[in-house]
Every structure is written in structure tokens, then in C-alpha cells.
Design a protein around this ligand. Structure first.
Ligand code: HEM
Length: 383
């Protein structure tokens, strides 16, 4: 009797193991993408990126007919079980290639960097918004850095992790594909510079090109291809929120109130787009000139709340509705600590230029550890 029981027990155990093998096989692959469900995802492979998208994003990509081309790259889509097996085979071959160069090192050659800067300047004039891509390229540099977390040391510009999902499809990064795509020809012409160096350098060049202060920029960032170091989505500030949200977001990056207010002064440049964020209009009358006009407008105009008719987004308009402010911008007036710096920068442009230059240089260095020679230390050595 007990022998029959043991036999049955053994059979059940082996049956469970047999059932578990394919599960473990699938799990082993998907454990690289924690929490992802096999059937809910579409996978994309390019010559440079391996990305996977949640279903709703792939549906959006399909709806917008950009399924196979994104950022100028051919995307190969894999969906369904047979296709998934092919994806896995392709990944194994491409991954072995990636593993050899998980981190790509950037150049520090000064002459080379000067040529990159010149090439970036040529990208700015464009049939885009007010005639220049400089504001959106500046926004790319800011968002590339804004994921940094002082506690976990994840995020920041080092790694150019916005090339990958989840950052690539983060709602807050919508519209930045224009900036990334515009810089692709520069990257193709100057392959020695990494994306993370190129995007941050382009931000510096954009500020200076629009008449802003000189920004300190140090080369040497790596391009990371290791999914382990991808920051999560949803870290970027959301414009409908209050001062608490602004403070939580900026202190997570290690920024003080003064640095926060100085950085947001960049809203004197560029504009909001109905088709991107849903907000609409520009903050200043001259959105291609770096100045302290953002603070001046904030304190001197009368602001009333209104709604963008097409999107339902709530924002603030001045009396003749030629300018706009986001709620987070208005919060800088409502929070006493923030307001102190707004008033200061509104009346003293030189001080704004100086504080902005320091805060922006700090922003560009977030997530970067350098050794005594100034070389960037690989995350894999300390994380
Ligand atoms: C509380 C913090 C911030 C929030 C909530 C916020 C939000 C936004 C939103 C909603 C837009 C419009 C996007 C679009 O529709 O195209 C925008 C644009 C812009 N932001 Fe911010 N932002 C913040 C801080 C910053 C900082 C710190 C910088 C730079 C240092 C910056 C630079 C810009 C620029 C240059 C644009 C114009 C982009 C263009 O013309 O395409 N922002 N921001």
C-alpha cells in the first residue's frame, strides 16, 4: 500500500517537473523584463535597440502607422507564439553581439567634440514651431537627466536610457522623438560620441545658441545597453500638479529650491503643443531667446485659468491670451520658498544666468561618477 502511494507520489512529482520545464524556459527569458506577460506584449528589434512594448503602446504605434520605423530605425515586430520564438532566436544572436559592448565609451578628443558642436548647430534651423529645434533639443537634454534618483543612483544622463522602453514610451517624453531623430545624422557622422554625450552636449549648445549663459559640459558618458540600469517610467514632473510634487521630483534628483526655480526658467523658451502634451502656447513673446522673461511674465501679467478647447487641459492665460503658464509654473508663485527666487530672478537677469548655468551643469552630471582623472566610472563597478 505504502509502495503504491510512493509510486503515485513520484509520478505526480515528475509530472509537475515536466509541466514546470516549459514554464521555467519562458520565465527565464521574460525574467529580463520583470512583471511582463508573454501574451500581452509586442516585441521590437532594431539594429541598435531591443525594446518591448506594452500592448497599448504597440496598438498606438500601429494606429499611427509607425510600426516599423521609429526614430529613423527599422523596427521588426514580433507578435504571437511562432513569432515570439523567432524573436527569441534573433535576440540570442543579437544579444551575444551586445554583450561584447554592453557599455559604449565616448570620445574625449576636444577637436572632435568641437566638430560635433558645429554639426549640432546646423541641426537647429528647421521648419518647426518658431523656426528652430533648439528648444525641443534642450528639453531632450533635461529629460535625459531628470530620471536621476539620489537614493538608488539609477537614472540620469549617463547611459542614454531613453533609447529603451520604459523611458522611450514614457508619456512625459512624448514629442522628443523629433529631437532624437534630428540628432541622428550627427550621431551617424560622429560615431565616436555616445548618445548620452551627444544629447547633453546638444542641450548645452542649444542654450548658448539661444543667447543663454555658457554651460560647463564634461565628456565621457557611456551608452548603457544593460536593462538592469533602466530607470522606471513615470519619474518626470507632471504639469497639472502642485508645489509638493515639484519639490518631491526635484529633491529626488538632488536639486535645491533655488536650483529648481532656476531650471524651470527654461520655460522662457519653446512652447507647449496640443498634439503632444495637450497644453498649448508659449510662455514668453520671444521663445527663441534665452532670458529671464519667464519670471517677469509670471509676476507682472494677470493670469486667469482656462481650458484648451481641443484637449480639455487646464492652463493659465494672460489678459490678451497671448501667453500661457502651466499649473506647476503658477505654483512657483504660490510656494513662499519658490516665490523668493522667482522675484529675485525677475529683477536680476545676471543672477538668473549665473544660477541657471550652475544648476544646468549639475543636471548634466546627474548619475555620473568620475574618477580622479575625470573618467566616468562604470555603474557595474559600484551598483
Ligand atoms: C515642474 C517641472 C516641469 C514641468 C511640469 C514641465 C512641463 C513641460 C510641458 C508640459 C511642456 C510642453 C511639452 C509639449 O507640449 O511639447 C514643456 C516644454 C518645455 N520644457 Fe518643461 N517642464 C518642467 C521643467 C522644465 C525644465 C527644468 C526645463 C529645462 C531645464 C524645461 C524645458 C522645457 C522646454 C525648453 C520646453 C519647450 C519644448 C518645445 O518647445 O518643444 N522644462 N515642459
Amino acid at each position: 500500500m505504502s509502495q503504491t502511494f510512493k509510486l503515485v507520489q513520484m509520478q505526480i512529482t515528475s509530472l509537475i517537473s515536466v509541466l514546470l520545464v516549459p514554464f521555467a524556459f519562458i520565465q527565464s527569458f521574460y525574467s529580463e523584463f520583470p512583471g511582463q506577460n508573454v501574451w500581452d506584449r509586442a516585441y521590437y528589434l532594431t539594429d541598435r535597440y531591443i525594446v518591448h512594448t506594452p500592448k497599448h503602446i504597440s496598438q498606438r504605434l500601429r494606429a499611427e502607422k509607425v510600426r516599423y520605423v521609429h526614430n529613423g530605425f527599422q523596427f521588426q515586430q514580433y507578435q504571437g507564439y511562432n513569432s515570439y520564438l523567432k524573436f527569441k532566436r534573433d535576440c540570442v544572436s543579437k544579444r551575444s553581439l551586445y554583450h561584447k559592448r554592453t557599455f559604449t565609451k565616448s570620445t574625449k578628443d576636444k577637436k572632435y567634440i568641437e566638430r560635433v558642436k558645429e554639426a549640432v548647430k546646423e541641426v537647429f534651423p528647421a521648419d518647426h514651431d518658431d523656426g528652430s529645434l533648439a528648444p525641443v533639443i534642450l528639453r531632450l537634454a533635461w529629460h535625459a537627466c531628470a530620471t536621476y534618483n539620489v537614493e538608488t543612483k539609477l537614472g540620469g544622463s549617463n547611459g542614454a536610457t531613453m533609447r529603451y522602453i520604459p523611458e522611450l514610451t514614457d508619456e512625459g517624453n512624448m514629442g522628443l522623438e523629433v529631437a532624437r531623430a534630428a540628432l541622428e545624422p550627427v550621431k551617424a557622422e560622429f560615431p565616436e560620441v555616445t548618445y548620452s554625450d551627444l544629447w547633453t552636449l546638444a542641450g548645452k549648445v542649444a542654450i548658448e545658441h539661444m543667447g543663454g549663459p555658457e554651460i560647463e559640459w564634461i565628456p565621457g558618458r557611456y551608452d548603457c545597453m544593460d536593462l538592469k540600469y533602466m530607470p522606471p517610467a513615470g519619474l518626470l514632473p507632471f504639469a497639472d500638479k502642485d508645489a509638493n510634487h515639484v519639490r518631491t521630483t526635484f529633491t529626488r534628483m538632488g536639486m535645491t529650491d533655488q536650483e529648481t526655480v532656476a531650471l524651470i526658467g527654461a520655460h522662457g523658451l519653446g512652447r507647449c503643443h496640443k498634439h503632444i502634451s495637450g497644453w498649448d502656447g508659449h510662455w514668453t513673446q520671444d521663445p527663441l531667446r534665452f532670458s529671464n522673461e519667464f519670471y517677469k511674465a509670471l509676476v507682472s501679467e494677470n493670469w486667469h485659468q482656462g481650458t484648451v478647447p481641443e484637449t480639455g487641459r487646464r492652463q493659465y492665460y494672460n489678459d490678451d491670451e497671448s501667453l500661457m503658464m502651466l499649473n506647476t509654473d503658477m505654483e512657483l508663485l504660490r510656494d513662499p520658498s519658490y516665490k523668493f527666487f522667482v522675484m529675485e530672478y525677475a529683477k536680476n537677469e545676471a543672477r538668473f544666468f549665473q544660477d541657471f548655468a550652475e544648476a544646468f551643469a549639475k543636471l548634466l552630471e546627474l548619475g555620473i561618477r568620475r574618477d580622479t582623472k575625470g573618467d566616468v566610472v562604470l555603474r557595474s563597478t559600484y551598483m
